[in-house]
Design a protein around this ligand. Structure first.
Ligand SMILES: C[S@@+](CC[C@H](N)C(=O)[O-])C[C@H]1O[C@@H](n2cnc3c(N)ncnc32)[C@H](O)[C@@H]1O
Length: 292
């Protein structure tokens, strides 16, 4: 059975609720792991959970059922934070949590997030959005693929892999995650095929970031979150990608007059957590507190 372990659960929620507020927004509620701990820690708090993935919201609903009346869930991109808060009739809240990226349910599901599963190339977190991985892989110009693999995947063989995809798709459309993984495997030099990570890992990550406009959504959401944060309220972000972490770091620096940085260096998961849940290894947690 698939299980998602909420990453840096205690660290993130302890910082978020330290001053004991009333209303929190979990911008990436997923299976509700972090939201649940907030509700447990603060018996009088209310949590607004946002996720763009309908399946995730069903899971959150099941996980949080016993807290009926103390939470509400919204299917939305967190870049639309303003609309969610206005629907709730709220102008300001005590804390925002972002636990970025994808959940294990998404990775292990049938939407093509993983090269380990043989599924169609979808990769949309929000299945009502129009851009699918299939289009990126089969229709984006070669140069754009190179750029995406380089920037979002930090893939050293970006050019080589993109060219291999281009050659392949001229003969046949790439239809499945396995097929794409095989093209990437064949494209990299043999000695890179048996490294610590599968050679397709970075390419899949890059396509996922493109399909879901993950960096654009984050850029748009952070400023909105800060503008709705009460004085003394906390902003906590867990990121899994260096570009995401850079966006968060830069945002905190640029807003130093409004946000006190609580994490000079990002916090990292403990060795124990990484041993229990290896995907947590790349997590970086940054937090700030709203200044008067
Ligand atoms: C790592 S999981 C969160 C897990 C959650 N903290 C838990 O404890 O179960 C990330 C979730 O954020 C959602 N997500 C990612 N980007 C989003 C965005 N821009 N707007 C809304 N939800 C987003 C994904 O669909 C996914 O369910």
């Amino acid at each position: 059975m698939v299980k998602h372990y909420p990453v840096m659960l205690e660290e993130a929620t302890d910082i978020l609720v330290e001053s004991g507020g009333e209303v929190y927004v979990d911008c990436t509620v997923g299976g509700g792991g972090h939201a649940r701990r907030v509700l447990e820690k603060l018996p009088n708090a209310f949590v607004i959970g946002i996720d763009r993935d309908e399946e995730a919201l069903k899971r959150a609903q099941e996980n949080l059922e016993e807290f009926e009346g103390r939470y509400s869930l919204y299917r939305a991109n967190f870049s639309h934070l303003d609309e969610v808060l206005s629907q709730e009739g709220l102008r300001s809240v005590d804390g925002f949590l972002f636990d970025l990226g994808v959940s294990m349910y998404q990775i292990k599901g049938d939407r093509g997030f993983s090269f380990l599963e043989d599924t169609s190339l979808d990769m949309r977190m929000d299945t009502s959005s129009s851009l699918r991985a299939d289009k990126v892989v089969n229709e984006y110009p070669l140069e754009r693929l190179v750029k995406i693999f380089k920037e979002y995947g930090e893939e050293r063989f970006a050019g080589r892999i993109a060219k291999a995809i281009d050659r392949y798709r001229r003969k046949k459309r790439i239809e499945s995650s396995r097929e794409l993984a095989q093209v990437v495997w064949d494209a990299v030099p043999p000695k890179y095929r048996h490294g610590r990570i599968h050679p397709a890992t970075r390419v899949f990550q890059a396509i996922r970031i493109e399909v879901n406009d993950e960096l654009g959504s984050l850029q748009a959401a952070l400023g909105k979150a800060l503008s709705h944060l009460k004085v003394g309220g906390r902003l906590v972000v867990i990121s899994f990608h260096s570009l995401e972490d850079r966006i968060v770091k830069r945002f905190m620096k640029e807003n130093a007059h409004r946000l006190k940085v609580l994490t000079k260096k990002p916090l990292r998961p403990s060795e124990r957590e990484v041993a229990l849940n290896p995907p947590s290894r790349s997590a970086k947690l940054r937090a700030g507190e709203r200044l008067p």
